[in-house]
Design a protein around this ligand. Structure first.
Ligand SMILES: C[S@@+](CC[C@H](N)C(=O)[O-])C[C@H]1O[C@@H](n2cnc3c(N)ncnc32)[C@H](O)[C@@H]1O
Length: 227
């Protein structure tokens, strides 16, 4: 994942922000009463998380950079490392980790910590950016319109397969991966969905989806799972 680190900062800026924000909100259930943002930095994007929380929710940001936490005015900050979260077991309904996971030295340990801190059936949402080789698909609108809004169709080209394994390996359930194109004019998510997966969802079998040749494109992967 190291190749993706350098992409993080510019991809959290305009013109990508609206797409990133919407992708995160789409993956996040509403109503959390205790929500944690791991690697919150200055807390600039933690405000999005507030949109999904209950009105009286406790929103906590954790970051190892104390100076970033001091500058954060949108979130109650706690200094700490993702590999040893300074939080008690099963205290959170929701954990976000945005553009930070790739920086963690011990990523599997960080997942185990997030699992420990989430209450049973709590939700983890991790967003990470990078350049990936993908083939874009063009699906008929009537097929895309048949997709249930609550269930993301998995992306093609093996995007997110590694995440699926890591999340289940850390004890999470029902992992889901959404992949979004950040550049270009194609529909952000639909262009990456595998035709066979779409057919499974819509019941329209079989149909073809013309593809481009593989090319490197900027993507956000938004993965979510249940504790
Ligand atoms: C690119 S910034 C993203 C900040 C924020 N999530 C956002 O969306 O703007 C990555 C953050 O991860 C934090 N970080 C890196 N390694 C960490 C670790 N092991 N534990 C906690 N935070 C860490 C950094 O200090 C930095 O604030």
């Amino acid at each position: 994942m190291a190749r993706n680190d350098m992409a993080m900062i510019p991809l959290l800026s305009e013109p990508y922000l609206p797409r990133v924000r919407q992708a995160l909100l789409d993956a996040t259930p509403a109503g959390a009463r205790v929500a944690i943002d791991v690697g919150c930095g200055h807390g600039v994007n933690t405000v999005w998380l507030r949109e999904r929380c209950a009105a009286d929710a406790l929103l906590i940001g954790v970051d190892c950079d104390v100076s970033a936490l001091r500058a954060a005015s949108t979130v109650r900050g706690i200094a700490g490392d993702a590999s040893a979260l300074p939080l008690r077991d099963h205290c959170a309904d929701l954990i976000w980790c945005v553009a930070a996971f790739a920086l963690f030295a011990d990523q599997q340990r960080a997942l185990a910590e997030m699992r420990r801190v989430l209450r049973p059936a709590g939700t983890l949402v991790i967003a990470t950016a990078g350049t990936y080789w993908v083939r874009l698909r063009r699906h008929p609108p009537e097929v895309l319109n048949g997709l249930p809004p609550s269930v993301p169709a998995p992306p093609a080209d093996g995007l997110g397969d590694e995440w699926m394994m890591r999340l289940t390996g850390a004890g999470f359930h029902a992992p889901q991966v959404r992949a979004y194109l950040l550049d270009g004019d194609e529909p952000a998510q639909a262009a990456l969905i595998d035709g066979a997966a779409l057919a499974d969802y819509t019941g329209l079998l079989p149909f073809s989806s013309p593809m481009t040749d593989p090319e490197p494109r900027l993507l956000w992967l938004v993965v979510s799972a249940s504790a």
